[in-house]
Design a protein around this ligand. Sequence first.
Ligand code: NDP
Length: 330
Amino acid sequence: SRQINLASRPSGWPTADNFDLVEVAPPALQEGQALVRNLFMSVDPYMRGRMNDVKSYVPPFRLGEPLDGGAIGEVVESRAPGLAEGDLVLHGLGWREQAVLEASRARKVERIEGVSPSAYLGVLGMPGLTAYAGLLDVASFKEGDAVFVSGAAGAVGSLVGQIAKLKGASLVVGSAGSDEKVDHLHEIGFDAAFNYRNGPVAEQLRKAAPGGIDVYFDNVGADHLEAAIGSLNTGGRVAMCGAIAVYNATEPAPAPRNLFLAVGKRLTLRGFIVGDHSARMPDMIAEVGGWLREGRITASETVVDGLENAPAAFLGLLRGENTGKMIVRL
Ligand code: NDP
């Protein structure tokens, strides 16, 4: 079977040369292990950070070794208690067609009628929890809040906006990188949306939310964060989820230049990592899963076929080629 190794570390934007597609023989199964055929794997922005050799909340990928990350697969052979052939499992050994897993490292999940198993990598998985816990717990969202979310057409952002709407936001504004994505945001229920490439973010945000905003869910950082600080009302809250505008930068971003406004406006800016919020997973699955079954939430996906195209899918994600969750089908 095939896997993708880290060939070299990028400086600035990654390229196809940083990845190596290699053929490997699956190791023999030990007692306690299962062989899984991966059906879908996730590519996520945090993987860009793991390509650097720096200390962070997740260790870096290692040169000459396979990358890893969220994947969903089917058990094809098992010597592990609790795992049987045909079981659907969510695990962390993506970037390969087959994975050998200890039972403790695989979570058995249900097949849901009418829902692709890839949902466990998106709306019913890590991005879903990021949106749910980030909005409700980190940003302390409450009914009547006006919410702005950047990266709004992506996996996390599209859910943040829809959850806010379903929970009674007075206004939900999203920003994204193309006019097609802006149309999509209107289709999935955002009250207002703008293309950040069409003009200064601060100006477009002021126009979309003339009464200001109470919550900013930050996926982008830099000029988006600066614009949000400018538009936040007194007592406003920011969930600092990501800063994709700076992940490939080789120089520090100049914005936000107006951070001092946080003093007079009594703002709260809170960073968070989804892994610390796993206790909220059952609540998220119950509530968001319910909306999904009722057709009240749209969970878009952009699906790329074949392991050989996983690096291109990852680079495409960083460039904004996805609407909703970027998924690789193996
Ligand atoms: P997305 O599905 O949102 O994909 C990334 C998107 O970022 C692209 O589609 C692109 O859309 C946008 N983008 C790329 N470059 C820029 C730029 N310079 N300025 C503005 N937008 C840009 O990914 P996710 O939903 O998985 O992740 C969204 C954010 O959440 C990321 O910052 C990620 O790191 C963070 N995250 C944080 C977690 C945590 O625990 N804190 C957990 C999961 C995600 P466009 O066309 O609009 O530019």
